[in-house]
Design a protein around this ligand. Structure first.
Ligand code: 7TS
Length: 403
């Protein structure tokens, strides 16, 4: 039985064309691009092409910088800690505004900076599960806020935050704006000529590129203290020999992700909706953020009376790979923070399952997943102590229902 991979928000398969494009740069064109001899210089055209593809992919201007780094965790840490050194630590403007549903690399870096003396304010989500411009306006104080960090699309719900408006509010107030666009690349069009963000992070392995390489957009003229000091790579903004094969792969993956945007809408979104309808046809289920603007590939569902972890194991046995939410927190058995932030209660927060599709997902896989999920929900509820006819019938009386 073929396995079905529906955990694409954790990572994606490397597109075979990307792998093929990377291959010559391991054993044939392996020079250090900083070397002056031919081994070094002969990789320059491929690097330039890859960089051009990154600039085009997010609509960056010639004078903006894109720093190639190791992953989005690095990019996000670079922004937050760089701004700490540049602005926050002097004390005059020492506040970061963020959200309760950022990836742990943002939340934990903020917590670390708080220990050093920064003031971190977490803005509440509105009823639709996002932070809107009105909320930001209520929280922003130009005399004390230095940086606002809000993700473009949430990795658990797929909900899209209004970054264009948020960035405008920041610019009007003279406050820096950072957005973690890891889950947005290849799902929504990104054009930094239209969005007044100062910093944006992305990661190749979320859009069918290799793991271990990412990028950080820095708007023209913005200062940002480096995280890694050393050589003059990336104009001195990020030391370390550039991973040429991975950069070549990330460039092509970015171009393909952008070319694929229409397919995401015309094929992936309807497949996602089909699976979502099948889930909601099961009693006492709900899907978070259904009314909002979402990326085309993500479902965050709750199955009342079923522990998320139990269902993941059961689905896995049935050949379907899903997750309880972010893989970075999946071993902690903590309630899902998105459920907590959306005030859906602790009980439901333990029942979350995330399905995330990609352009490689097929209609046949979705049909089979729908069956596996339905059978799994029936089986697990039959033995659940907190659901319907299970051994502990009647112990909870909470409304589920499709959102
Ligand atoms: N930011 C967001 C929004 C993410 O979803 C992730 C990974 C990261 C940053 C970290 O990216 P990396 O390049 O450092 O790996 N998110 C998930 C997830 O949702 N499940 O597993 C990993």
């Amino acid at each position: 039985m073929d396995r079905i991979y529906l955990d694409n928000n954790a990572t994606t398969i490397v597109d075979p064309r990307v792998k093929e494009a990377m291959e010559p740069y391991f054993c044939q064109l392996y020079g250090n691009p900083n070397s002056l001899h031919a081994f070094g210089t002969e990789v320059h055209p491929a690097m330039r092409l890859a960089m051009d593809r990154l600039y085009a992919g997010i609509g960056a201007g010639d004078e903006d910088d894109i720093i190639v780094n190791s992953c989005a965790c690095e990019g996000n840490n670079h922004v937050l800690k760089g701004v700490w050194f540049d602005l926050l630590r002097s004390g005059a403007r020492n506040e970061i505004l963020t959200t309760p549903v950022e990836h742990p690399c943002v939340r934990n870096a903020c917590a670390f900076l708080q220990e050093l003396g920064a003031k971190v304010t977490t803005m509440p989500l509105n009823a639709d599960g996002i932070v809107d411009a009105a909320t930001l306006r209520r929280h922003i104080h130009p005399e004390r806020t230095a940086l606002v960090s809000v993700m473009w699309a949430n990795n658990e719900t797929g909900l899209i935050f209004p970054v264009r408006e948020l960035a405008e509010v920041c610019r009007e107030n003279g406050v820096l704006f950072h957005t973690d666009a890891v889950q947005a690349v290849g799902k929504v069009a990104i054009d930094m000529r239209q969005v007044a963000a100062d910093f944006l992070t992305f990661s190749a392995h979320k859009f069918h590129g290799p793991k271990g390489i990412g990028g950080l957009f820095i708007r023209k003229g913005r200062k940002l203290t480096p995280l890694l000091h050393g050589g003059e790579q990336m104009g001195g903004r990020r030391a370390g020999t550039v991973n040429v094969p991975y950069l070549v792969g990330m460039g092509l993956a970015m171009e393909m992700a952008v070319d694929n945007l229409a397919y995401e809408e015309s094929v992936v979104r309807p497949l996602r909706d089909r699976l979502e309808d099948a889930i909601l046809a099961i009693p006492d289920t709900l899907v978070l953020g259904r009314r909002g603007l979402r990326t085309p590939n993500t479902i965050l569902a709750s199955f009342r009376g079923i522990e998320g972890e139990a269902m993941i194991w059961d689905l896995n046995a049935g050949g379907v790979a899903a997750s309880t939410g972010s893989a970075c927190a999946s071993e902690s058995l903590e309630p899902n923070p998105v459920f907590v932030a959306m005030a859906l209660g602790d009980e439901l927060a333990h029942t979350s399952i995330r399905f995330s599709l990609s352009r490689f997902t097929t209609a046949g896989e979705i049909e089979r997943t729908a069956q596996v999920v339905r059978r799994s929900a029936e089986r697990l509820r039959a033995i659940s102590s907190s659901y319907g006819d299970g051994p502990g019938a009647g112990t909870t009386a909470k409304d589920g229902g499709g959102d």
